[in-house]
Design a protein around this ligand. Structure first.
Ligand SMILES: *Cc1c(COP(=O)(O)O)cnc(C)c1O
Length: 417
């Protein structure tokens, strides 16, 4: 396919903050524009019939048609490859197009896949409801349990899929253990790195083969795009681009790629703030009498804490917690928020709050949800870039409303007495 190479001289030693801004830029092109222009075009004109034929034959580099490649999209792909320390990338229309593109490009009827039993709701639905229709066998396992991994192994196992930290209880998986297991058994490993972004975690460091992202979240970071990206070695990306992505057609819009390029310039400083504010809020929640459990890898009690500084360079911007009370009180709490918007998604400038059991994880049955460690009482917040004290004040007033409801109920009962 079309692979215009990086023309800027990227020295290996450049740090991520610099790569976010400079990697992937086609220097000397685009009339000298500082920012890569938006190539809002469906197709590309050939000089003559011979050139068109040479491009289709892969004998000449250059663009053909935007479903197959586009200069704006190409900068995003090369930048993400540099950030994830891999060879190449394929940008997609949504995060789910990245997940489905990454796995379907390597699977056929009769193959078996091992999947983490706790994953993003639509990834779960893809494996459990869609791929099974095409004769692909799926085993859902607890990825932190090496015995379960071994037991799931079959002669036709081709691929493993997981995410870490796991949405929404932030359980952290051991990427080195997973990569070793996959290498020993000749299985392709695919990791969804949406929750941390390459700024906080680079799965390639541990030997993971393919990384997928919902670029909708932290990568873009501004709540105005749905998109995804697949990152891997050259051979895998060539396969993905020349098969599922080309023929099913989940290509990104160049306009969305352009917006993500703008978002990526500030990714490191945004991640720093997301982590700092989420840490303060997780500690605030942990100390609150109305909170039963807090799930955040930055808290020393959390299972993921041991991976901080080793696998993860930060705990991220998402927190799960359970109110010590009824489901009704949980709903009343969410409704009482004023700065936090009630919305799914994460990684935006705006703080968001949602209820996984009835929203993001509704593709699971209640039984599947409980087995994945997602209780009905769980609330998920994505901490935005607002002033952290304003966010804490908002949580405080919402807890105040729950306390007021409780004392109102008590007063009513006393009055009846
Ligand atoms: C949102 C999300 C997805 C799906 O991405 P879309 O852009 O909504 O298609 C996949 N994995 C994780 C972890 C997500 O948070």
């Amino acid at each position: 396919m079309q692979t215009l190479r990086i023309t800027i001289n990227m020295k290996q030693a450049l740090k991520q903050d610099t790569l976010c801004i400079h990697a992937g830029k086609a220097k000397g092109q685009h009339q000298g524009a500082l920012t890569t222009p938006l190539y809002q075009t469906s197709t590309f004109v050939f000089d003559n019939a011979e050139q068109g034929a040479a491009r289709f034959a892969g004998e000449q580099e250059g663009y053909i048609y935007t479903r197959l490649g586009n200069p704006t999209t190409r900068e995003l792909e090369l930048k993400m490859a540099a950030l994830e320390k891999m060879e190449d990338a394929a940008a997609t229309a949504t995060g789910m197009a990245a997940v489905s593109g990454a796995v379907m490009s390597f699977l056929q009827a009769g193959d078996h896949v091992i999947v983490s039993k706790a994953i993003y709701g639509c990834s779960f639905a893809l494996f459990n409801h869609q791929l099974t229709k095409f004769g692909i066998e799926v085993s859902f396992v607890d990825m932190n349990n090496p015995d379960q991994l071994q037991q799931a192994l079959k002669t036709n196992t081709k691929l493993l899929f997981a995410e870490t930290p796991i949405n929404p209880n932030l359980v952290v998986l051991d990427l080195a253990m997973i990569a070793d297991f996959c290498q020993q058994n000749n299985i392709l490993s695919v990791i969804d790195n949406t929750f941390l972004s390459p700024v906080l975690q680079t799965p390639a460091d541990f030997g993971i083969d393919i990384i997928v992202h919902s670029a909708t979240k932290f990568l873009n970071g501004h709540g105005d795009v749905v998109a995804g990206i697949i990152v891997s070695n050259q051979e895998n990306i060539n396969t993905i681009k020349s098969t599922i992505l080309k023929d099913i057609g989940g290509t990104i819009s160049p306009h969305d790629a352009w917006l993500i390029l703008r978002g990526l310039k500030t990714l490191p400083i945004r991640m720093e703030r997301h982590c700092r504010s989420a840490q303060k809020i997780a500690e605030y929640l942990e100390a609150h009498s109305l909170v039963k459990n807090v799930f955040y890898p930055g808290l020393s009690k959390h299972q993921g804490f041991q991976y901080l500084g080793k696998q993860m360079r930060g705990a991220g911007g998402v927190i799960g917690f359970e109110i010590d009370g009824s489901l009704e009180e949980g709903k009343a709490f969410i409704n009482a928020m004023s700065l936090f918007s009630i919305a799914v998604s994460l990684g935006d400038a705006e703080s968001l709050i949602q209820h996984p059991a009835s929203m993001t994880h509704s593709p699971y049955t209640q039984e599947e949800r409980l087995s994945a460690g997602i209780s009905d009482a769980l609330i998920r917040v994505s901490i935005g870039l607002e002033d952290v004290q304003d966010l804490i004040d908002d949580l405080e007033q919402a807890f105040g409303q729950i306390e007021a409801r409780r004392s109102a109920t008590v007063t009513n009962i006393e009055n009846w007495g």
